[in-house]
Design a protein. Sequence first.
Lengths: 208, 166
Amino acid sequence: MTEPWIEARFEENFLLTTVEQAINWARESSIWPMTFGIACCAIEMMAAGAGRYDMDRFGAGAFRATPRQADLMIVAGTVTYKMASRIRRLYDMMPEPKFVMAMGACTIGGGPYFKWGYHVCKGVDLIVPVDVYVPGCPPRPDSLLEGLLRIQDKIRGHRIAKQRGDGSGFMCRGQKVEDELPLPHHSGYVLAPADQEPMRDHQKVTPK
Amino acid sequence: MPVPQRVVDALCGRWAGLAVSEFRGQARVVVPREVLFDVLTSLRNEHGFDMLVDVTCVDYLRYRGAAQRFGLVYLLASTSTNDRITLRVMLDDPDPAVVSAVPIWEGANWLEREVWDMFGIRFEGHPDLRRLLMPEEFAAHPLRKDYPLQGRGERHNFPVLARREA
Ligand code: SF4
């Protein structure tokens, strides 16, 4: 990943970094989501934006009411067939670089409506490319914030540098350096020790 | 608020063939299709029911003792007296159509579009009778009881967008 800022090597208030890192840092700390909720998941998204969970800590609390000013589309809710074309249109209207977070079971794959819903699109990734999937029905605001952090990881891996071309001529066109996709994080799953007492009632085996 | 008896009496005195019933103090009037528009107009202009709360529909297909298939329901309210009244029109299958209530209440526009979308009941004289909830190319009326519970292959017919096209 990226190197840290080079600090404290020179006199005070002077630091050195790369353009790439400065841009990525600016981008990842001001992800503006679009005000866009289509079902019950949106309530959790609003909770994530409100004081208790405070998405503003990550610079992502400025919900924009227009796709032109938004960087992130949190698709929070059931995507119906009728809404599908609208979502694609909103996505097309967003300026690059843009990110899509699929929040909730409905958005990831149809959710409760997967099997027989005559009106629900079976996953928003049939319509727009999705960067981060946040599962749950609905996901807790913590999960949404986790998804936001993963998007920040993704931004941090952006490369704006170019490789040298064939070297002919001044200002030669090169190829863009590939982005570094972030490694998946530790999921947090810990194997329970075998000798541990069951903690909840439903874990206990009732003797016959 | 129970609907005042004078409203029910006035309706029954003016049109024959209304069936009135009561449930928990709420009057429910079954109106023949032919006089529906006149009854609605009179309720609004003479009895002060200035608000159309909802237009919705029930499909009585294979329902015990039901003679006709659709029951189209109008819920009206009066904002000055707080009265409420429920009107119902029974419609049958080959041509379930009624006169649109948009000339009386502008708010009927989307309500009737929704009923058209979900039940396929035509509203004659509606200014813009398009589907409201389902996409335009959808062919069926999904809240009818004979629409299959498992859908008609909506899961399989959706065009999948490949990542390289996105
Ligand atoms: S995933 Fe669950 S909570 Fe979210 S929109 Fe679907 S049904 Fe609602």
